[in-house]
Design a protein around this ligand. Structure first.
Ligand code: GLU
Length: 478
């Protein structure tokens, strides 16, 4: 049975909390969310935590936190598979009762021997179905005493389903064999639990990574056996490295948590992830979240692998940083700078305004801007402009200090005023000879925003104090 009648669209993001949220999974969440929001449908979050050994609360919490950080919001309460064991048990019993599933008692050694025998005959290995012939009453008795699993009797016909990205997809079920769907009534496995939940939760569209494509015929076979509706599928293209080969582990395993800690903005990551497979109607790199929602369509999702270009991610991040207003940027910086800097909000905003052009990540800021908040350390020789002398540097700096000191109080401390006074000195005495020692005295750096901007931000008193320190250093320099 397919979803032919018009049902309200409902999708789900179904992470297994066996690790932090990876970029690939976050993209899956995003595509589900975009589709739901575009269609005015529902987006469900389902935690697939039936694997007791590998699932951890810490991972679940982190996945939720990262989704919230990205702004990917879900509708209704979160579902958790570990809280639904009685539901799976009911369906397992039904499949067993209808002889569509059976208890299997084969040991790992027996299974391995069977596999080797098949391989040596040049056959593709699959379970022989041996335990499927044990009479039901015998199997039920044995199951009370012996270790067992539950296998689904896989039909042997071909199966087709609709994929919004790949069109009609056909698989031969005969190649698969009877799969294990539970390790016992309390331990359903992924392929089975997913089928039950997608039906019970009225999921109309299953959007997930291409790595799940081979699971789909298994799931459709169970849907048919249970008389469930078959959702529409969309398997998102693999994410490939720049060489069009498998993405390197460095990025493949990188979690959203890592990207966040490195100072990527959610806006940049959302934009970047959307373009890992989807193309906006108007070809462009910068796409806002509202544009994505209104423009999203599977017609514009490619089948072939999506190339992960780290430079594009950096570029997008720099772009979004540059375009954030300074007060919002200041808030976003909170985790990346000493808390003392946050106390000086007005100064922080000014520093951000001049430094943001240089930032690729929020985490770049602390190092770039530290001299604004703490006294710079530098070698006194660094104050001397090339080919010049200590004497000239000292003379120019003290002359300049007098000029700055003399900026009349009635003239507001504005960037224009600072510029006018400093430049009048620089024009007379040589730009390099004046601006270089000033830059070093104020910042201790070779690369920084211009000295006039720094002087303006630091203010008269602080700037003069730094120039005094520079003069003392020059006095002791040889
Ligand atoms: N729990 C599965 C995973 O994390 C979900 C796959 C699916 O969407 O069906 O890969």
């Amino acid at each position: 049975m397919a979803y032919t009648f018009r049902m309200p669209i409902k999708v789900r993001f179904a992470p297994s909390p066996t690790g932090y949220l990876s970029l690939g999974n976050a993209r899956t969440a995003l595509f589900n969310w975009l589709f739901a929001r575009h269609e005015g449908g529902e987006f469900l979050l389902r935690i697939e935590d039936t694997d007791k050994e590998r699932s951890k609360k810490e991972y679940e919490e982190s996945i939720i936190e990262e989704l919230r950080w990205l702004g990917i919001t879900w509708d209704g309460d979160l579902e958790r598979q570990s809280e639904r064991l009685p539901v799976y048990e009911r369906y397992l019993k039904r499949l067993l009762g209808e002889n569509r599933a059976y208890f299997c008692f084969c040991t790992p050694e027996e299974l391995e021997a069977e596999r080797q025998a098949q391989l040596s005959q040049g056959l593709q290995p699959k379970y022989s179905g041996k335990c499927g012939t044990i009479p039901r009453d015998v199997a039920e008795k044995r199951a009370k005493l012996e270790k067992h699993v539950i296998r689904f009797r896989m039909p042997s016909h071909e199966i087709s389903f609709t994929d919004l990205i790949r069109g009609r997809v056909t698989f031969d079920l005969d190649l698969i064999g009877d799969i294990i769907i539970a390790k016992g009534f309390q331990e359903p496995l992924y392929n089975f639990a997913v089928v039950v939940d997608d039906e019970e939760m009225s999921i109309t569209h299953v959007i997930r990574g291409e790595d799940h494509l081979s699971n789909t015929p298994r799931q459709v076979a169970m849907q048919e056996a249970l008389g469930f509706r078959v959702p529409v599928y969309a398997h998102l293209p693999l994410i490939l490295g720049f060489d069009r080969k498998k993405l390197s582990k460095r990025y493949l395993d990188a979690s959203l948590k890592d990207f966040r800690a490195q100072g990527y903005l959610p806006e940049a990551l959302l934009n970047f992830m959307a373009l890992l497979g989807w193309h906006p109607t108007v070809d462009k790199e910068v796409v806002s979240i509202s544009e994505m929602v209104s423009d999203f369509s599977f017609k514009k999702v490619q089948r072939g692998g999506a190339v992960f270009n780290p430079e594009k991610l950096e570029w997008l991040n720099a772009y979004y940083i540059k375009n954030l207003p300074a007060d919002i940027l200041a808030e976003r910086m909170a985790d990346f700078i000493p808390s003392a800097w946050l106390q000086e909000k007005e100064k922080l905003k000014k520093v951000l305004a001049v430094e943001k052009e240089r930032l690729k990540h929020l985490s770049d800021f602390e190092q770039l801007a530290s001299f604004f908040f703490t006294l710079p350390e530098y070698d006194p020789a660094f104050l001397i402009w090339r080919g010049s002398s200590k004497m000239i540097a000292a003379d120019n700096l003290s002359f300049l200090a007098n000029v700055v000191r003399g900026i009349p109080n009635h003239e507001l401390w504005s960037k224009e005023a600072v510029e006018k006074y400093v430049m009048s000195v620089a024009e007379k005495r040589g730009r390099g000879e004046v601006l270089w020692p000033l830059r070093v005295a104020l910042s201790g750096r070779e690369a920084s925003p211009g000295p006039i901007e720094i002087l303006y931000i630091l203010g008269k008193e602080e700037s003069l104090a730094r120039v005094e320190t520079a003069l003392k250093k020059l006095g002791s320099a040889r």
